[in-house]
Design a protein around this ligand. Structure first.
Ligand code: NDP
Length: 263
């Protein structure tokens, strides 16, 4: 791999890494040469992943952290990763959660939970790692947003508002951190084949009486490609954004959605 494509010697942290998109990104970063800290709330699910990354010849650590808790983010996540790796080159804000409800009678609890999980967590984690990147005058911050950061859709008002907010934060940080050679970008996937989407399908089955197959096909039909995105397709874009070759790409939102939206 040429120098500007290899991530050898780079240190990465991925939130929400125990399954789905985050797990695929962690493995793809390691495959490209990076040392990787993997984080989520459930440590047991992370240990096996850290062992896999270690077996690829990279340094790997597993850190239990709830990204909605600023104390845990500052002390356990940033403290643990920076202490172990001695710095950080790539931050992937991937942890997130979906939830749906009609707007009339929308539960306030869902509103606050969606904003905490999908927007404020990106603020806490980026704030915790930015000083180390600023000190070394380089870094990559990659946030997994969603096409819900680009367009509206019914029954997901809180998730949509949170993902739009996360993208706003990405754009503001891109400008503010530019002088320090730090790029800040978002990836906006359509429906990806992960446990989150499985849960969404189960929810649709329960609410509408559709079969699981029908519910899955209705999500597939939302993409012109008539299929779900794979976690690995999202991971490849994250690896690209992390590479030296992507040094001039910042403040961008890259859709990985099979052409579902084109703006
Ligand atoms: P999954 O539900 O499959 O995985 C979510 C990951 O986040 C798990 O590792 C989970 O581990 C972790 N997590 C959940 N809550 C917290 C928390 N409070 N603190 C720390 N970690 C947490 O999700 P996906 O892989 O599908 O999604 C990943 C990201 O991609 C999310 O931001 C999502 O919004 C976004 N996205 C997903 C799409 C899809 O169709 N799946 C489409 C577009 C965007 P644990 O529970 O142990 O904490």
């Amino acid at each position: 791999m040429s120098d500007d494509l290899s991530l050898r010697g780079k240190r990465a942290v991925v939130t929400g890494a125990s399954r789905g998109i985050g797990r695929a990104i962690a493995l793809a970063l390691a495959e490209a040469g990076a040392d990787v800290a993997v984080s989520a709330r459930t440590k047991s699910e992370l240990d096996e992943l850290a062992e896999m990354i270690h077996a690829m010849g990279r340094r790997a650590i597993a850190v239990a952290c709830d990204v909605t808790d600023p104390q845990q983010v500052a002390v356990h996540l940033a403290g643990g990763v920076l202490g172990e790796f001695g710095g950080i080159d790539i931050l992937v804000n991937n942890a997130g959660a979906s939830g749906s409800a009609k707007f009339v009678g929308h539960p306030d609890e869902l509103w606050h939970r969606m904003l905490a999980m999908n927007m404020t967590s990106v603020y806490y984690v980026s704030k915790a790692f930015a000083p180390a990147m600023i000190a070394q005058r380089s870094g990559r911050i990659i946030t997994i947003a969603s096409i819900a950061a680009r367009v509206g859709a019914k029954y997901i008002a809180a998730y949509t508002a949170a993902k739009h907010g996360a993208l706003g934060l990405v754009r503001a940080l891109a400008v503010e951190l530019l002088p320090y050679n730090i790029t800040v970008n978002a990836i906006c996937p359509g429906y990806v084949d992960t446990p989150m989407t499985q849960a969404n399908i189960a929810n649709m089955v329960q609410r509408t009486g559709m079969s699981e197959q029908q519910a899955r096909e209705s999500l597939e039909r939302m993409s012109p490609q008539q299929r779900l995105i794979t976690p690995e397709e999202v991971a490849r874009v994250a690896v690209f954004l992390a590479q030296d070759a992507a040094a001039s790409i910042t403040g961008q939102a890259i859709n990985v959605d099979g052409g579902a939206i084109m703006s």
